[in-house]
Design a protein around this ligand. Structure first.
Ligand SMILES: [Zn+2]
Length: 201
């Protein structure tokens, strides 16, 4: 893990001398090609986060999933287990952060990208800020608790110590569809249960 820390320091120093001359010489086509490649990479990892969300769904939990990537490797995965584990701390992002930190032996997750199917809530956005995660890639926005800009911005707030770069709407339709499907099914089940209660035995 010593190597991980050294690498981080070099990266931070480099960040402060930017923009690199190479960046300035890039043509529009090169920049567009890089953006397309980045999007492809983001979609690949978001699909893994969606796979995590499906695990939550199979347990009857709200389908939210997360993966954390460092240098092309997934170092933490998580899915929502709030009801299963009887704790509000079992959100997908918190579980993924715990696993990533355990693996690299450091609470700092500098240089990491976190992929989450739904915009982080205040608790998870706070953990992302505290863990100093470089980049956050989000599937669907959350009108109820989104803290990467929709309701509040904790993930990239200049008043806080750390700001992450945020990318929205990577496979957002798929992530939203999963949530809609879950809540539709939940409403149907509740309706059936209520009907069973009022019907005479
Ligand atoms: Zn959360």
């Amino acid at each position: 893990m010593q190597l991980y820390r050294q690498h981080k320091v070099i990266k931070v120093i480099y960040k402060h001398i930017s923009p690199a001359p190479d960046e300035m010489r890039k043509t529009e086509e090169q920049l567009a090609a890089e953006a397309a490649a980045q999007r492809k990479t983001d979609e690949r990892y978001m699909r893994q986060a969606i796979a995590q969300a499906k695990k939550a769904m199979s347990l009857g939990e709200v389908p939210i999933g997360c993966v954390i990537v460092y240098e092309g490797k997934v170092i933490g995965r998580g899915y929502n287990r709030r009801n299963t584990d009887h704790t509000t701390l079992a959100h997908a992002e918190i579980r993924a952060i715990r696993k990533a930190s355990r693996l690299i032996g450091d609470w700092r997750l500098e240089g990491c990208t976190l992929y989450c199917t739904l915009e982080p809530c205040p608790m998870c956005a706070g953990a992302i800020e505290q863990a100093r995660i470089d980049r956050v890639v989000i599937g669907a926005r959350s009108d109820k608790s989104g803290c990467a800009g929709t309701l509040l911005n904790i993930v990239a707030n200049e008043k806080l110590m750390h700001q992450s770069e945020i990318t929205f709407d990577i496979l957002g339709d798929t992530c939203s569809a999963l949530l809609r499907e879950f809540f539709k099914d939940l409403r149907r089940r509740v309706k059936t249960q209520n009907r069973a209660k009022i019907l005479p035995v």
